[in-house]
Design a protein around this ligand. Structure first.
Ligand SMILES: Nc1ncnc2c1ncn2[C@@H]1O[C@H](COP(=O)(O)OP(=O)(O)O)[C@@H](O)[C@H]1O
Ligand SMILES: Cc1ncc(C[n+]2csc(CCOP(=O)(O)OP(=O)(O)O)c2C)c(N)n1
Ligand SMILES: [Mg+2]
Ligand SMILES: [Mg+2]
Ligand SMILES: [Mg+2]
Length: 325
């Protein structure tokens, strides 16, 4: 049973609380309060799975785990406000290293005026950090995965595959990239930028579907397609990449662009008429946004992602990063 089958098997069929608007099944859960909705999510970072001493310094570990959580808040169109940390500490990590982890988290938290409000401390075998995040979003402005509609355009922020390239550079030897290119990809792996500003700049738009890219664009697009019961078409040649990604083999580029996770860019769909506003939002947030496809309603391909590559069309495998297998 893979990660997603497991989640389906444990998901409750009914809610007990009338304030709950969205439980399991999106980037975060949402519940109603009088003035704003509250948004909350949790993500866990485990030594050997999400990082190793070879791939990250302690402050990167802290920064990166909080960034992943803030990214889920951004993907709901919300503003992050509070976080709680549960940490499992093995003997092999020194007090100084643990303090650096918290400094890394603090670096990012202060950027978003977030407060650390609690947590839990336990000893154990692998360093494990679990962050619970809480944020706010205006009523009826949540950017659900099920907001995609027929004829929407599909867009993505930033560039794809950078984090995978960085991880590859950190874990393999013998490549001939300039120091500057190498540092760029490695930094994108270690210190990803959650796209909160961009997502908040889109607040005036009435309907947008968003998902953040933790498991690869193929997976994330399928999650929007499934939740919205539509078909998503992606144009391979439109996928945005950093110019230096071409230093890697065609096979690596393809794998990292489509199935590489951890870029923490935002994938979205919106009405065609909102494209100028989306571009303006990206400009204000000083990031890049690219149109990469469109949405159709094809009853026989509901929930599927179709990739256009030159003249060829194929149904894209949902094979991103999956835990359990
Ligand atoms: N063990 C679990 N128990 C309950 N809900 C879970 C569990 N694992 C994941 N979920 C929920 O399943 C959904 C998908 O999780 P995930 O793929 O990790 O989302 P994301 O990639 O946005 O972090 C989310 O709504 C998450 O809260
Ligand atoms: C040492 C190391 N090996 C492999 C990876 C690659 N990797 C680990 S988890 C993951 C997917 C994202 O993590 P996940 O827990 O699925 O995040 P979520 O989808 O819950 O946001 C990837 C691409 C890594 N970051 N570091
Ligand atoms: Mg997410
Ligand atoms: Mg998660
Ligand atoms: Mg995942």
């Amino acid at each position: 049973m893979d990660e997603f089958a497991f989640i389906r098997s444990i998901a409750p069929k009914h809610h007990q609380q009338s304030s709950l608007i969205k439980g399991i099944g999106d980037d975060a859960a949402i519940f109603r309060q009088p003035y704003q909705d509250i948004v909350t999510a949790v993500d866990t970072f485990v030594e050997g799975i999400h990082f190793s001493k070879q791939t990250m310094e302690p402050h990167h570990v802290g920064y990166r785990v909080l960034a992943a959580n803030i990214s889920d808040i951004a993907a709901m169109g919300a503003v992050p406000a509070f976080y709680l940390i549960s940490i499992v500490i093995p003997d092999s990590w020194t007090k100084a290293e643990l303090s650096e982890i918290y400094k890394g988290m603090q670096m990012l938290a202060s950027q978003y005026q977030m407060d650390l409000i609690g947590g839990d401390t336990v000893s154990g075998k692998e360093l494990t950090i679990s962050v619970t995040i809480i944020g706010y979003v205006e009523h009826n402005k949540v950017r659900y995965r099920n907001n995609a509609r027929e004829n929407d355009l599909v867009f993505v922020t930033g560039t794809l595959g950078d984090s995978s390239a960085g991880l590859y550079l950190l874990t393999s030897q013998g490549h001939s990239l300039s120091d500057c290119t190498r540092d760029y990809f490695i930094e994108r792996h270690r210190l990803p930028s959650p796209r909160v500003d961009f997502s908040r700049e889109m607040l005036p738009l009435s309907r947008v579907a968003l998902n953040d890219i933790s498991d690869g664009i193929a997976n994330e697009a399928a999650e929007i397609a499934e939740a919205s019961r539509v078909t998503i078409h992606l144009d391979y040649n439109s996928l945005p990449v950093h110019p230096q990604l071409k230093q890697f083999t065609a096979e690596q580029q393809r794998k990292w662009k489509l199935f590489g996770g951890e870029d923490f860019e935002i994938l979205g769909t919106a009405a065609e008429s909102d494209w100028p506003a989306i571009r303006a939002a990206a400009e204000k947030a000083q990031i890049k946004v690219t149109r990469i496809g469109y949405v159709t309603h094809q009853p026989h391909n509901t929930g599927k992602v179709i990739l256009q590559e030159g003249n060829e069309q194929s149904i894209l495998d949902k094979s991103g990063y999956t835990h359990l297998k």
